[in-house]
Design a protein around this ligand. Structure first.
Ligand code: ATP
Ligand code: MG
Length: 451
């Protein structure tokens, strides 16, 4: 078990010395029992927020959630949240309690917590206070609600997604009654703020159990992203595929590196397959245009979920290009780089690989060989002395073109584009003198009216 770090112990001692009960609680206890370094240490205490502030007067303290009893103490070791023991008041609309009541002892505070594995605290000697069997559940690898699951999900529907997140992040199963209740109560998620839904979705997607959780709880995912529901059971009627679209999607998520952009891209990459589907005369399924259409669909899903713009744009770019053949020549790579940028190409390599993971073996091997070859082309291009993959990376700029006598205006951009195309085609090296010579040549041709 990970010991309580000194910067946290100092805060606990200060509260104890002032006569208040105080305990590390929740995620940090769970993670220490798992032998993991907790991301942060949360404390709970009998002291009211103003009493915490008085006891810890030497610290900078943020009144982060003071109405709910939480203050954040800034220490040299990092921020520590301290929350007064509380019981939640009545819940309306399946989200956040209307009011909270501060209570004198730990027992009621642990009872309001969502899952048994999150409802443990540490006593003064570092012993585990475990009133709901959290330790046994952790050992058995299950997420189980504290108390009656229908009641707990009814109070706060976000807990449904939290159950999936912990199942994915900690690679645990969800105990059958809790699982059944999560599925049954999924419509309550409609009451939850979309940014909170999106934050949990991110956690689900980036955990080691992501694919399994998506497969087992598809109906919960479809509650928050109904656009994906048509993927389930959708027969692709294609020799390239061995699974329905949803199963393939969940496997592609697992096969991508655990990065939010890549995993979101894999979750949404085939969203437009059902609408783009048609069969040819042989009865083989095709999905022309599903990359472009999928990018549009992903854009509207991510906007609705209040995803930040940067992530949304990256994800949409990847989806737009996920079904093109990885560029196999330096010329094609330069043009592709001009379109999607270096980060885009590198992320697409990961997407192309992930998208191939569950294909029939010969198709998978062929696809992966194409990605490997494409990556070599990319590396060769970047190994060049002056790698050129966009107008901006040309060894000449607009001023050089103006100096040749080209009039200000669109003609300058056109000239640069032509030079880039010439470099991409291998007609001229990306070197200043050679480019100026080529540009002068174009100018002369234009003057002679031959262009
Ligand atoms: P993480 O490592 O992801 O931060 P965590 O367990 O610390 O995991 P938090 O969301 O930071 O999760 O919440 C801290 C603790 O507060 C939880 O362990 C749980 O006891 C309690 N908690 C948080 N949100 C809820 C909720 N919606 N309903 C009930 N208890 C909750
Ligand atoms: Mg936490």
């Amino acid at each position: 078990m990970t010991p309580v770090p000194p910067y946290v112990y100092t805060l606990l001692t200060a509260l104890w010395d002032a006569g208040f009960a105080a305990h590390p609680v929740g995620g940090c206890v769970r993670d220490s029992l798992l032998g993991k370094e907790p991301a942060d240490w949360d404390l709970c205490t009998a002291a009211r927020p103003e009493q915490v502030e008085a006891v810890l007067a030497g610290y900078r303290i943020l009144e982060t959630g003071v109405r709910h009893g939480t203050v954040t103490v800034l220490t040299a070791g990092g921020p520590v949240e301290i929350t007064t023991f509380r019981a939640d008041g009545e819940y309306r609309d399946s989200r956040r309690p209307e009011s909270v009541t501060f209570v004198p002892d730990l027992r009621a505070d642990l009872a309001r917590r969502d899952f048994t594995v999150n409802a443990m605290a540490l006593d003064r000697d570092g012993g585990v206070i475990d009133l709901y069997g959290g330790r046994a559940d952790l050992a058995a690898g299950v997420i189980r609600c504290v108390g009656d699951p229908d009641e707990r999900f009814g109070e706060d529907a976000l807990r449904i997604l939290r159950a999936l997140r912990f199942a994915s992040k900690l690679d645990l199963a969800i105990e059958p009654a809790t699982a059944a209740s999560a599925v049954k109560n999924r419509a309550l998620l409609d009451n939850i703020a979309r940014e909170r839904v999106f934050a949990e979705l991110g956690g689900i997607l980036t955990g080691p159990g992501a694919g399994r959780v998506l497969r087992d709880y598809g109906s919960v995912v479809f509650q928050v992203i109904p656009e994906l529901a048509a993927e389930k059971g959708f027969d692709q009627k294609s020799p390239h595929h061995i699974h329905d679209v949803w199963t393939h999607t969940t496997m592609a998520v697992d096969a991508a590196p655990a990065d939010i952009v890549l995993r979101l891209a894999m979750l949404l990459h085939d969203a437009a397959k059902p609408v783009c589907f048609f069969t040819d005369e042989q009865g083989t399924g095709h999905f022309y245009g599903h990359g472009e259409k999928g990018a549009e669909l992903a854009g509207s899903i991510l906007r609705r979920l209040r995803c930040d713009n940067d992530t949304r744009e990256r994800v949409c770019l990847l989806i737009r290009h996920h079904d093109v053949c990885p560029p196999q020549s330096v010329k094609a790579m330069r043009k592709f780089l001009a379109k999607v940028g270096e980060t885009g190409v590198r992320q697409l390599m990961a997407c192309w690989r992930a998208d191939s993971a569950d294909r029939a073996q010969p198709v998978r091997e062929r696809n992966l060989a194409l990605v490997d070859a494409s990556e070599q082309v990319l590396e060769a291009l970047f190994a060049e002395e002056a790698p050129c993959f966009s107008v901006k990376s040309l060894a000449v700029n607009g001023r050089d073109i103006l100096a040749l006598g080209v009039p200000e205006g669109p003609a300058v951009g056109q000239m640069l584009q032509e030079l880039f195309d010439a470099v991409a085609d291998g007609a001229v090296p990306n070197e200043r003198d050679a480019l100026l010579e080529k540009a002068a040549e174009y100018c002369n041709l234009e003057k002679k009216g031959l262009q």
